[in-house]
Design a binder for this molecule. Structure first.
Ligand code: BGC
Length: 764
């Protein structure tokens, strides 16, 4: 096998030197290039060059391309005689993921850790997200990468999904709009994106083998909608299929999904690639329209070549896949010979990350205007392990190798606050000792890929606490959570443990007794329980995992340099049992061994509910669609977030007809501090001919920075497309006839104005 590759490779080089007639990509038409390709060359182009140490063969197929950009997730096969270079693909959603150092060189290749995707969605600011994408894409370009394996946009179906931080929201419209903005931003640089994981990849437990059993309606309205919006509004260069099956068929092997829906219905023009080692049958993947198998294994190559040779697979099928690969390659910077610098402007990008993090942080509580700090606050006691070990982002392929992370403590110092040194020393000593204990096991080959074990929370004793109340003006208490691919979060990760609860309670009580305030900062990547403790402190700031400038961004909000304007892209329920997918989501599953965690369970399906298959019994009633329809109380509703100022909504009106409407409304800042507001339009449909959620987000916009007293008129567009529901019986989109209500609000619960319209239904 290896021999054959080398012969092909060198023969290719020789031919390219000798022949003037051999078509060259870019100079000759793609048709001519394809016509000149041997079967072996075609198949090589469709199978990536491997990943050392993984798969059936521990050797990469073409080692040389693997080192083009060390630490990148994969490369494609070069065919030099036809002028086809190898292109480089690298993760991921919070910034470029490559190796920060290279053997034999003192140079560094750090990338910017931008805020996690969930924080970016919390900005509800598509322009801002586009700016973040542009900065991220610039690093992709300048480090010699061609396609960023991001954005990731699976729906937050359950708070315990280990990768929710990489994803945007429980709502498909918000997901789709933010994704499209990110794709536009990254691709402005002339590099590609890979919207992933297509589709219904909502759990990590047994992710390679799980069968998501979901209705056609939920599939179309909830799980595919974000991809549909992104494809139509931003044309990502590539789409990455998910590992899981959907109703019994592996996503990467589903022709209905990849050709029928993605290409024929939505008009996707790009290339489809698998997730790493995803799927079972390389031939079926080719037929489905999954053009590129990543990272690529020799047996896949063999399987396709043999299928063509034996007549099982028509060469015309792979010619279509090859064409799409060539169309991808000709756009790439590497094909165009871009001279990358390896020196992106990391300083400028640090500014972008700091600014974007500010807009996605969400003020959950602010009793008696505890925040922003007044000028009387100078000395601060910072509690909580993550105050000193701030979490910039999650783990796995969504992690970034950044040069530094500004902790909360550093952020406070940078802003000129004095941190209580005794408390700081206590925590730093404790964290150092814990890190020593939790070092990855050098004998476990998977340990490097698994999330780092972080120090558990720690409670300073009563004496230390008492000392800090005297010595400080205010207390900050951080609560941290992290997660990443391969594993879902555990129930115990959703609820605060006793130490954490005591920490919030004891510190708040001690500071209240001294006439001082206590503020909780949530440095988390996914939803946690808040109802039982949220009234103990004076304020709660949801800082998410805010990227490498996180500590600075938090402090900008605490001191009021910036007014918070983030809103929740998901609901915070009262309890885990309230989540509609609760009975149908894996809980606290323990894989038999690390191999199972990494590569999936045994090949033989054992038919275990929520592990081998998951029933999406809640259908379209995901997140707030369920809580409102069932009148269920929640801790914080979808779209919620406080500001340091107040906004009033005036003069709502609707114009248009037949499903095409403009809803407009004037928003006025009636408080005393400048701020931005997210205006949300929910629609309640008649729900007579179809079962509809009580309300659904159909449009949104963020105001500019409104000065006190200033007003802005916002126009929100509704189209028949947005109002339609999927009718399974006839497999078509239907706009129902009847009376609709448009609810314009500051959250899904805080509705400020309503408008009504009546329409005559139609099918689309
Ligand atoms: C992840 C993808 C990622 C790929 C390459 C997989 O494990 O699911 O999101 O892009 O690895 O690193």
């Amino acid at each position: 096998m290896k021999k054959l590759i080398f012969i092909t490779f060198f023969a290719g080089i020789l031919l390219s030197c000798n022949s003037n007639t051999t078509p060259q990509l870019g100079k000759s038409s793609i048709d001519k290039v394809i016509a000149a390709m041997t079967l072996e060359e075609k198949v090589h182009l469709l199978v990536g060059t491997g990943m050392a140490g993984f798969g059936n063969n521990s050797d990469p197929v073409v080692g040389a391309t693997q080192s083009l950009v060390p630490g990148a997730a994969g490369t494609t096969y070069p065919i030099l005689r036809l002028g086809i270079p190898s292109i480089v693909l690298a993760d991921g959603p919070a910034g470029l993921r490559i190796a920060p150092k290279r053997e034999g060189s003192d140079d560094t290749y750090y990338c910017t850790a931008f805020p996690v995707a969930t924080l970016l969605a919390s900005t509800w600011n598509t322009e801002l997200v586009e700016t973040v994408g542009a900065a991220m894409g610039n690093e992709v370009l300048e480090y010699g990468v061609d396609v960023l394996l991001a954005p990731a946009l699976n729906i937050h179906r359950n708070p315990l999904c280990g990768r929710n931080f990489e994803y945007y929201s429980e709502d498909p419209l918000l997901t789709g709009k933010i994704t499209a903005a990110m794709v536009r931003g990254v691709q402005l640089n002339g590099v590609g994106t890979s919207t992933k994981h297509f589709a219904v990849n909502n759990q990590e437990t047994n992710r390679q083998k799980n069968d998501a059993q979901v209705s056609q309606r939920a599939l179309r309205e909830i799980y595919l909608k974000g991809f549909e919006i992104a494809v139509k509004e931003s044309q990502p260069w590539t789409v990455m299929t998910s590992y899981n099956k959907i109703n019994g068929v592996a996503a990467s092997e589903s022709r209905e999904l990849l050709t029928g829906i993605l290409r024929d219905e939505w008009g996707f023009k790009g290339t489809v690639m698998t997730d790493w080692f995803g799927g079972y049958d390389a031939v079926r993947q080719m037929i489905a329209g999954n053009d590129l198998l990543m990272p690529g294994r020799p047996d896949q190559y063999q399987m396709i070549v043999e299928a063509v040779q034996s007549g099982k697979l028509d060469v015309k099928v792979i010619d279509v896949n090859v064409r799409r690969m060539l169309e991808l390659i000709v756009q790439s910077p590497r094909f165009k010979g871009y001279q990358y610098s390896n020196k992106p402007d990391l300083k400028a990008h640090a500014e972008v990350t700091r600014r974007s993090a500010l807009e996605g942080m969400i003020m959950l509580e602010n009793h008696q205007n505890a925040l922003p700090f007044g000028t009387d606050i100078k000395k601060i006691a910072a509690f909580g392990v993550t105050s000193y070990d701030f979490i910039a982002g999650g783990t796995g392929s969504g992690d970034v190798n950044e040069a530094y992370t500004v902790s909360l403590g550093e952020g406070l110092e940078n802003a000129g606050y004095e941190i209580n040194a005794d408390i700081q020393t206590l925590y730093e000593k404790y964290i150092a000792a814990e890190n020593e204990k939790n070092k990855p096991d050098p004998n476990n080959p998977f340990a490097l890929f698994m999330p780092k074990i972080r120090a558990a929370e720690f409670l300073p004793n009563a004496a230390a606490l008492a000392q800090s109340t005297v010595a400080s003006d205010v207390a900050l208490i951080t609560i941290g959570r992290t997660s990443g691919e391969f594993e879902d979060r555990k129930t115990s990760d959703f609820y605060l443990n006793e130490t954490e609860k005591s920490l919030i309670k004891n510190v708040s009580e001690a500071f209240h007794k001294a006439g001082k305030k206590a503020i909780v900062i949530l440095n988390i990547g996914g939803v946690i329980e808040t109802a039982s403790w949220k009234n103990d402190p004076d304020a709660v700031l949801l800082a998410w995992q805010a990227g490498q400038e996180g500590g600075n961004s938090v402090v900008d909000i605490l001191k009021g340099a910036v007014n918070p304007s983030g809103k929740l892209p998901m609901t915070f329920p009262l309890a885990l049992e309230d989540v509609p997918s609760y009975p149908n989501f894996p809980r606290d599953y323990k894989p038999a061994n690390p191999m199972e965690t990494m590569m999936g369970g045994s090949a033989i399906s054992e038919n275990r509910p929520n592990i081998d298959f998951t029933r999406y019994e809640e259908g379209i009633f995901v997140g707030y669609r369920y809580y409102f329809t069932e009148n269920k109380e929640v801790s914080y509703p979808f779209g919620y977030g406080l500001s340091y100022t107040q906004f009033e909504y005036e003069n709502a009106s609707v114009s248009g007809k037949n499903g095409n409407y403009i809803v407009s409304c004037t928003v006025r800042n009636t408080g005393s501090i400048a701020g931005k507001e997210v205006v949300q339009l929910y629609v309640s449909a008649p729900g007579k001919s179809m079962n509809k959620p009580a309300k659904e987000l159909k449009a949104f916009a963020k105001t500019k920075l409104l000065q006190p007293g200033e007003a802005q008129t916002i126009q929100l567009k509704l189209t028949p497309d947005a109002l339609a529901s999927f009718d399974e019986a006839n497999s078509q989109w239907i706009v129902e006839s009847g009376d609709y209500t448009g609810q314009i609000g500051s959250s899904s619960r805080d509705i400020k104005q309503t408008v009504g319209f009546n329409l005559v239904g139609s099918t689309l």
